[in-house]
Design a protein around this ligand. Structure first.
Ligand code: GLP
Length: 259
């Protein structure tokens, strides 16, 4: 893992956008994996700015990590709608190029298998943006998720429902079930860029980067991936033991290497 200790959330957004921009310029038909939550919003705003300055996303496709079960299709908090609003529309990515598991499908296991097949048919994800839950979850792979899991139905923990209640009118409205890419699905992306902001994520980041590989911290599975970039602000970096080492590696990085 390459751990980059950023000065603030703006640098996190800028470096993540640099990685997306380099990919899209090299490969206009790139396949992006996109996350929800508040953490990637700065990245999405930065990409919208770059789009306004000429960066094109016409041929790019985007795949969601996860989706709530049972929210009506255009519900403002359905993850497809969030990504449409915050990223796809502002960068001119057409609706038919935005893919997600359908949490309203009558046959949810069949829908999970369909989503895996669409992902595979697209050739897999070039760059997957992920956030991290305060409990170490990635997408909606809660602690105890199988490290070999594929897209499937999961039940949210009370903590995740409470964390996400801020997006809903009342805590009871947060769905109990979700469809989520599995950890093995996420590991197939060619580059994973993990973003974390704020001290509330410090424990989860330290467990993911420096802790043992464990289903108790699902994000620790990223230690198995050959190309992960972790972009953290000072708060999210607060519990890392080897911060000096990460700083030195970043300072001495050969200038021709991107993220
Ligand atoms: C949700 C999403 C995750 C996201 C996490 C953190 O539960 N399913 O993909 O990483 O929340 O969200 P935030 O960035 O708002 O802290």
């Amino acid at each position: 893992m390459e751990v980059v200790l950023c000065d603030d959330e703006h640098e996190v957004a800028r470096l993540a956008a640099d990685a997306v921009e380099a990919l899209v310029r090299a490969r206009p038909a790139a396949v992006l994996g996109v996350a929800t939550g508040s953490t990637p919003l700065g990245l999405y705003r930065e990409l919208a700015r770059r789009h306004a300055a000429g960066l094109r996303f016409d041929e790019v496709s985007a795949f969601l990590l996860d989706e709530y079960v049972g929210l009506p299709p255009r519900h403002p908090q359905s993850y497809r709608e969030v990504v449409r609003r915050e990223l796809a529309a502002p960068v001119g990515l057409a609706d038919e190029r935005l893919h997600g598991p359908d949490g309203t499908a009558a046959d949810l296991p069949a829908e999970c298998a369909r989503y895996e097949a669409v992902l595979a048919a697209a050739g897999g994800i070039d760059l997957q943006v992920v956030g991290i839950g305060a409990n170490g979850h990635v997408a909606f792979n809660e602690p105890s998720s199988s490290l070999g899991s594929r897209t499937r139905i999961k039940t949210l923990t009370p903590r995740t429902r409470a964390d996400n209640a801020r997006f809903f009118a009342s805590p009871e409205e947060v769905p109990r079930h979700v469809l989520t890419q599995g950890l093995a699905t996420v590991l197939e992306a060619r580059h994973v860029v993990l973003l974390a902001l704020g001290v509330a994520k410090a424990g989860a980041v330290a467990a993911a980067v420096e802790g043992p590989l464990s289903a108790r911290c699902p994000a620790s599975v990223l230690q198995l991936h050959p190309h992960v970039t972790v972009l953290v602000d000072p708060g999210a970096a607060a519990s890392l033991q080897d911060a000096d080492h990460y700083r030195q590696v970043w300072r001495d990085k050969p200038h021709w290497q991107g993220l």
